[in-house]
Design a protein around this ligand. Sequence first.
Ligand SMILES: NC(=O)c1ccc[n+]([C@@H]2O[C@H](COP(=O)([O-])OP(=O)(O)OC[C@H]3O[C@@H](n4cnc5c(N)ncnc54)[C@H](OP(=O)(O)O)[C@@H]3O)[C@@H](O)[C@H]2O)c1
Length: 371
Amino acid sequence: MKIKRIIKWTARALLFALILAFLCGFIAYWTSTNDCGRTIPAGAERMKAIKYCEYGSPDDVLKLEQVEKPVPNDDQVLVRVRAVSLRFYDGGMLEGGIGRLIFGLRKPKNTIPGSDFAGTVEAVGRNVTEFKPGDEVFGVRAGALAEYICVRQAGAIALKPANTNFEQAASIPTALVSLQGLRDTGRLQKGQKVLINGASGGVGTFAVQIAKAFGAEVTGVCSTKNLDLVRSLGADHVIDYTKEDFTKGEARYDVIYDLVNNRSFAERRRILKPGGICVLAGIGGSGMHKDTLSNLAGELTASLRSKFGNEKFVLFGVDINKKDLGVLRDLTESGKVLPALTKTYPLTETAAAYNYLETGHVQGKIAITIE
Ligand SMILES: NC(=O)c1ccc[n+]([C@@H]2O[C@H](COP(=O)([O-])OP(=O)(O)OC[C@H]3O[C@@H](n4cnc5c(N)ncnc54)[C@H](OP(=O)(O)O)[C@@H]3O)[C@@H](O)[C@H]2O)c1
């Protein structure tokens, strides 16, 4: 009798929790909104920006519009943006999908896309000491596809490498993924052997160069059309994944830097040296493709299975910070790393840039110029 009562009340409590969760989700969904209906106050300065008010495909939702020009506060720098480089998550932000949980349930909260920028400081707040008007800078700030952005002095912003143009400099923040993945998670050392799976994309082209700068022996995995590019970046060996399975060879690696995760745990462990590390850094080229979810599953299961072995498969997540932007500037100015920028677009062709990114087969980096 008592058990029956417990079951009855548990069922009621669960039902109540479910209804409550559904109601909260419903309310959150319908109240999620953005600034798209807002008019620019009379007298406010204007600028051009790319906007998207709803989730959808780049051709449908990206619009070039006039918006209010931002004003820096005491701790901010006003940057005249000259170029923005697209990175793997930019397309996902437009499409919504699971990203709605972060970017806005019904509509995107932040309506100006893009994040990796380069430009010139136009004005600084009264507490800013690190930058002055005229400085050329690069960094990461949400809402970068606009003529102007405000960035906190303490945020992810650094002086631009002197030997790069704005499009190249805007491409550099992607290299945070390559730098931290190899240095902090892979603990790559001089003389070690590293295999980079996915060597021809945004992260991979930087990873090849950074691994060489660390003094490693680098093997890059890419498709036939990208072999020359990856070789030209300094890779000692290249493997064409359309012709050869990199897990079947005789070579053994200290570090696998895996941007694709399309091979099984056992296959990858076989080519790791005893005690080697596989950095689980990505799930293939940008966008959703037929193997994206299976690559994601491969990444997660490899991380779990390696808990019981000598070889480590470690999940990696980038930390966007100012200090490492400085490290990348130094690597660039020393000539050890140069962005493999392969295509630029004018602001009016932003949708075309997104469409190319979402193929998952971009060569190196692409950038959008803001005249
Ligand atoms: N963990 C993190 O914090 C973090 C941060 C940023 C990015 N990521 C991940 O890193 C991955 C790479 O990002 P990205 O910006 O470099 O993307 P991307 O620029 O879109 O990468 C495109 C490249 O992927 C290559 N590729 C596609 N399928 C391949 C395969 N089966 N084998 C080898 N290469 C393949 C393509 O070469 P082909 O045309 O020759 O196929 C292309 O050059 C993404 O999965 C992204 O999610 C992770």
